[in-house]
Design a binder for this molecule. Structure first.
Ligand code: CA
Length: 294
């Protein structure tokens, strides 16, 4: 299996980025990744002198041979391995509570036996996930810290082992890059970080041709999910719901009325995050009510 070291990183997703690796469809590839702070924070003191240019690096990009405009890139998350220590922080001007907080505070979180040690008395089960994952956008470069139609910093906790992320191919080769692993994070990410951690991600990448889907989407054993990001949370909800309804209508054969009613009855609308330049919503539709396979 080919792998990319975390020496090969980008801070924007862009069609101008030079690929560091070429792979064939169906191939597995391993990405070694930095945490969102590129390893700058190892103790609470490090937060003071942070280089804000080195934030949200993504490892890559990978050129997928044969991927052409209009195709869909399928990225199956096989394995997420994380380092034994991560950081969580909060502070003035950051996240939902940033106007209330006076100080910037960092907590170093040890990770052992599949648990994150928040304090001596409080350990949390891991839910390892990928914060930043995307392809080159259609038009101009987008910073890795922002989510959009190309993926990016969606900070969605369902982008985890076993899930398949579907992304649009906007440029030849797609140019897949990823990073920003979280050991633990809840929907919302209200404080501005999860337990940010470096690690290694193994994915299987494939190309789907001649299919139209409202991307980005996630598929796992139990759910089909649509994702949408916007500065305005209400707009993001409308977009993600419209995407789900359009999927149910165009790919599953429901009338628009049945698609709306069913979404209202069985699909949960959830917040991925509210702290990035655009906020991200996902709609989760149970696959047990669907007959067509994606
Ligand atoms: Ca993030």
């Amino acid at each position: 299996m080919q792998s990319i070291s975390k020496d090969s990183i980008v801070y924007t997703m862009s069609g101008q980025n030079k690929p560091v690796l070429h792979i064939n469809p169906g191939e597995q590839v391993q990405f070694e990744t930095w945490d969102a702070f590129q390893g700058q924070i190892k103790s609470p003191e490090d937060f003071v002198e942070l280089d804000w240019e080195k934030i949200n690096p993504a490892t890559g990009p990978v050129y997928v041979n044969g991927a052409a405009w209009g195709d869909i890139l399928s990225v199956k998350i096989e394995r997420i391995e994380i380092e034994p220590s991560g950081v969580v922080l909060c502070g003035k001007g950051m996240g939902t509570m940033g106007s209330v907080l006076q100080n910037n505070t960092v907590k170093v979180v040890d990770i052992k036996n599949d648990m994150a040690h928040f304090s001596e008395d409080l350990v949390l089960p891991l839910n390892k996930m990928i914060g930043v994952i995307g392809v080159a956008p259609k038009d101009e470069a987008i910073p890795c810290g922002a989510p959009d139609l190309h993926g990016g910093n969606m900070d969605c906790k369902e982008i985890r082992e076993g899930a398949t992320l579907l992304l649009p191919v906007n440029v030849p080769g797609a140019l897949l890059a990823l990073g920003d692993l979280h050991a633990v994070m809840a929907d919302g990410e209200i404080g501005v970080t999860g337990v940010e951690v470096s690690g290694c991600v193994t994915v299987t990448v494939d190309i789907i041709k001649d299919k139209k889907l409202p991307l980005p989407m996630i598929v796992n054993d139990n759910y089909v999910m649509t994702l949408a990001s916007d500065e305005d949370l209400d707009t993001a909800v409308d977009m993600a719901v419209a995407n789900m309804v359009s999927y149910l209508k165009d790919s599953e054969g429901f009338t628009i009325e049945d698609a709306v009613m069913l979404t209202s009855l069985v699909a949960d609308v959830r917040i991925c995050q509210v702290v990035d330049p655009k906020k991200t919503i996902r709609v989760e539709f149970p696959r047990k009510y669907l007959t067509k396979s994606l």
